[in-house]
Design a protein around this ligand. Structure first.
Ligand SMILES: O=C(CO)[C@H](O)[C@H](O)COP(=O)(O)O
Length: 255
């Protein structure tokens, strides 16, 4: 079955979903070198679902099938592992494939320098490991994610930070000393009594520092705290961002 052209797709009932799909499909179409790429990163969240779906469509297309069936796809957590398997793609590990050709992932917010806040889905550590191991990191997102200028303008939940569980009190105190207005250990809510546990058996803190004029400096200060595994600030990492709009158009931003 031939890969359907984007212009031939019927719009989805939900405009937001159509925007995510348009961004993710175009990102896959324009950023994979089918002859030469071998290792593909597949991130986490609701937008990258469409990126995996698009790659699955290429797998079913006789023209691409032999090449795509040889692609090794590297996941960023449990959800993305399922996306890879459910679309018939070959699952690999970062241990065996530490050099990735191109990675596709979502974002919680994107500034005008293509710095990102990530970790809304609790997968930030593996997302950073995979994206920083990739020659190209392509962000796929909908129109709600573009910050007018600075990060933490639209994303109000704070910066997600993965921490070693036993350090949660110490890190919370240290984050307040760094200027955080609000620090929360992320809770499972009605789905789990107690903190969210990441795919790496760690906890997450969401720390609200207000609007971020210098996300790089803040990232380095947080990263230096004892007990911090990684921050959800992705600085100077993304190569390009595809942002889907409600009217079906997609904007592309380059680093
Ligand atoms: O960082 C993430 C998970 O840790 C996701 O990529 C981010 O939350 C974006 O998700 P969505 O595509 O659902 O908006």
């Amino acid at each position: 079955m031939a890969v359907p052209s984007i212009s031939s797709l019927a719009p989805l009932a939900d405009k937001l979903e159509s925007a995510k799909r348009a961004a993710a499909y175009r990102a896959i179409d324009e950023n994979i070198d089918f002859q030469n790429d071998k290792v593909i990163g597949i991130g986490s969240g609701s937008t990258v679902v469409y990126a995996a779906e698009r790659l699955g469509q290429y797998l079913k297309d006789a023209e691409y099938s032999a090449l795509v069936s040889q692609f090794i796809c590297i996941p960023t957590g449990f959800q993305s592992r399922r996306l890879i398997l459910d679309n018939g793609l070959k699952l690999g590990s970062i241990e065996e494939n530490s050099a990735i050709d191109v990675d596709f992932d979502g974002a919680d917010e994107i500034d005008d320098q293509l710095n990102l806040i990530k970790g809304g889905g609790a997968c930030l550590f593996l997302e950073k490991l995979v994206s920083t191991s990739s020659k190209k990191f392509i962000v796929v997102a909908d129109y709600r994610k573009k910050a007018p200028k600075y990060l933490s303008t639209n994303w109000k939940s704070g910066i997600p930070i993965e921490i070693v569980p036993s350090a949660y009190v110490r890190v919370s105190d240290d984050l307040k000393k760094l200027g955080a207005k609000k620090v929360i250990v992320r809770q499972g809510g009605s789905a789990k009594a107690g903190p969210v546990v990441t795919d790496n058996n760690n906890f997450l803190i969401d720390a609200d520092f207000g609007m971020l004029e210098n996300p790089s400096e803040l990232h380095h200060k947080i990263k230096a705290l004892v007990g911090v595994v990684e921050t959800g600030l992705f600085i100077d990492n993304a190569s390009r961002a595809y942002i889907g709009n409600a009217d079906g158009t997609v904007e592309v931003f380059d680093k």
